[in-house]
Design a protein around this ligand. Sequence first.
Ligand SMILES: N[C@@H](CCOP(=O)(O)O)C(=O)O
Length: 433
Amino acid sequence: MRFVSTRGDTAPVSLSQALRLGVAPDGGLFMPEAIPLHEPSKFAAGRPLAAFAADWLRPFFDGDPLAGELDAICAEAFTFPVPLVAPFGDDVGLRALELFHGPTGAFKDFGARFLMACFDRLAGEEPLTVLAATSGDTGGAVGCAAVGRRSSRGVILYPRGRVSPFQERQLTCWGANVTAVEVDGDFDDCQALVKAAFADPQLSAAHRLTSANSINLGRLLPQVAYCAHAAFEAAALGGDGRPGFLIPSGNLGHGFALLLARAMGAPVGPVVLATNANRTLLDWHQSGRYAARPSIATLANAMDVGAPSNFERVAALGDGAAEVTVELVDDEAIRHRIAADYRENGYVWCPHSAIAAEAWRRLAAPARDERLWVAAATAHPFKFAEIVEPLIGREIEPSPALAAIDDRPTAKQQIAARMPELAALLDQQRVAA
Ligand SMILES: N[C@@H](CCOP(=O)(O)O)C(=O)O
């Protein structure tokens, strides 16, 4: 299979090249030249995720040097459970897809570990520089997945004052080959710096730059696989066999991954892209026109994105983006949903997952009742303890991996949101390595 740029001005590349480049040289994002179609009857529910993922993703690896490694890559990346739980009891038609049982408590663990396993096999002698912009969760997951690997060094840009205290600790605690960089700006500034670095051929070549954000297709492929897996599992639970999905959406990687899984034949019904008060997607859905906006700070900070990178991939899906709606959930509604669902059902959402739960409540009754719905529970609530604990009136127990973060020393660099400062930092890091 070959991969083409959403902007159409880059010659088709292999999967390995797409992963290695991160972003297409014309500034676009890589997409499969044709969307592979699976025969759904070959993908029954009940299969272990790693084996399912390898089979689901195999067409993308067809003819690529990584093809023979796909099973091993999936076995390395998918090592923790993804339970589909009934937060309000089996009789209520909502399931939470708990994607936060990995080492950093966020769904980003799948993509970060998958991508790093690919880089281990692609890097060659010289390490790659894996540049990532984060509004909270990507950075921790990439740092954790990269630390100690010889194939890569991680450079993670995050916005000053716009991540939770725990996220900041988790971003800055890896040391060794991972550098955390606090940027005087917002997430969109961090993302713009990353894209500007890729657009500079000299800088890019000198540092062997690649990306670990969802702009890199290698971050998204494992998400496509677990979305498809969840769809088959949920379809087997009953309903009309096409569960609806509610996806907390910021940079839109998760939403795109689900739509791609559906286009490949996964039994996915309607999709709700649930956003915080950043209204770029809602405006697009209401007006048919896409216009990036400055991001605003919300309780669901990992979704504080005003210019969702994957919008251009969703647009490139054409009909594949049918049956999609957008629901905006503001901070007040996030607070209300966390408190009410804990009080009434004992279930604890993180602020991002609460947005999906609230979007489900707001569905018109016939739409809500006609099928099973799956809400992506994207992060562990402990990561946002200072928001969630006062709302539920008790402490949240961290997983052992999250508790262990406290014992690690932290360190960060600081820069203004300017390209020369990032370039100088990359040079320094290389000399120091
Ligand atoms: N939600 C993100 C923002 C970056 O998104 P990505 O999926 O493109 O890495 C975060 O947690 O940093």
